[in-house]
Design a protein around this ligand. Structure first.
Ligand SMILES: NC(=O)c1ccc[n+]([C@@H]2O[C@H](COP(=O)([O-])OP(=O)(O)OC[C@H]3O[C@@H](n4cnc5c(N)ncnc54)[C@H](OP(=O)(O)O)[C@@H]3O)[C@@H](O)[C@H]2O)c1
Length: 255
């Protein structure tokens, strides 16, 4: 069994998690706090953010903004720059770009608005977050960025071309940024979940779920915690020599 000090693999620094009030986001916050980090929890639902703060007290610092609002993102990073100097917080050493939206539509009826909305949330916003976070991390020559991609972006899925494109853009940028930022001590990796039981997939009916699970080698859909534990591994020194990779968390899914 691991001792308490061995399990505190993120102790001494802080992590920004976007989409912190969503299902996978909450699990990531929980795992980061358990691993000893202070967490900047970004979300746009004030009540859900308050619930997180109540649950974890001083280990969670709420940041209320929409990730597509460029000015609000800059303001949030100004807050982080100030608050990371507090002794119970610590320097920003991790960024998890987790906020995401998925809109299903076949090409023939896809609306440009839906395509743009997904590119904005799933790719452009994470890109701005990586730019601002890397500036803070580079000062300490230490940091780890984990982007939440998707197996849809890596393997494709009928009816999800816009979503898949936005996630493929994110893992594509991550590969290049890993090469660019290695020189300043920052690692960049992508976690690509398969089918995870969350609000995002709640609309799938039993038949669709069974069909998907029959194509997963492990014969079950994923849980938010499965994704969160992979994220903490990539944030921590346990993965110190791993960068530029896409880690599937999908129970081995056959598309
Ligand atoms: N579930 C899966 O099977 C699966 C598979 C592969 C990848 N993923 C990815 O995993 C991530 C988390 O998804 P989830 O399954 O946990 O879904 P979720 O429960 O719906 O969480 C999505 C989160 O993103 C936030 N968000 C969306 N648009 C935002 C915006 N403009 N500004 C700020 N926050 C915004 C949502 O905030 P609100 O609550 O305010 O809307 C919510 O907190 C996403 O990137 C998703 O694409 C999920």
């Amino acid at each position: 069994m691991m001792s308490n000090s061995e399990s505190m693999i993120l102790k001494g620094g802080s992590v920004l998690v976007t989409g912190a009030t969503g299902d996978i986001g909450r699990a990531i916050v929980n795992e980061c706090v358990s691993a000893g980090a202070a967490v900047f929890a970004a979300g746009r639902n004030e009540d859900k953010l308050s619930a997180l703060v109540n649950q974890y007290e001083s280990r969670v610092i709420p940041l209320n903004y929409d990730v597509t609002d460029e000015k609000a993102v800059k303001d949030a990073f100004r807050q982080i720059q100030i608050q990371q100097n507090q002794p119970n917080v610590g320097p920003l050493m991790g960024l998890v770009n987790n906020a995401g939206v998925m809109k299903e539509a076949p090409l023939s009826v896809s609306a440009m608005d839906g395509l743009k909305a997904q590119l904005n949330v799933n790719f452009l916003a994470p890109y701005q977050h990586m730019q601002l976070a890397s500036r803070l991390m580079a000062r300490h020559r230490h940091g780890s960025i984990v982007n939440i991609g998707s197996q849809v972006g890596e393997q494709g899925s009928s009816g999800l071309s816009a979503y898949g494109a936005s996630k493929a853009a994110l893992s594509g940028a991550s590969r290049s940024l890993a090469k660019e930022l290695a020189a300043v001590g920052i690692r960049v990796n992508t976690v690509a979940p398969g089918f995870i039981n969350t609000e995002l997939t709640a609309h799938f009916d039993d038949e669709a779920r069974q069909d998907i699970e029959s194509r997963i080698a492990m014969r079950r859909s994923g849980r938010a915690g499965d994704v969160a534990r992979a994220v903490v591994f990539l944030l921590s020194k346990q993965s110190a020599y791993t960068t530029g990779h896409v880690l599937p968390v999908d129970g081995l899914f056959y598309p």
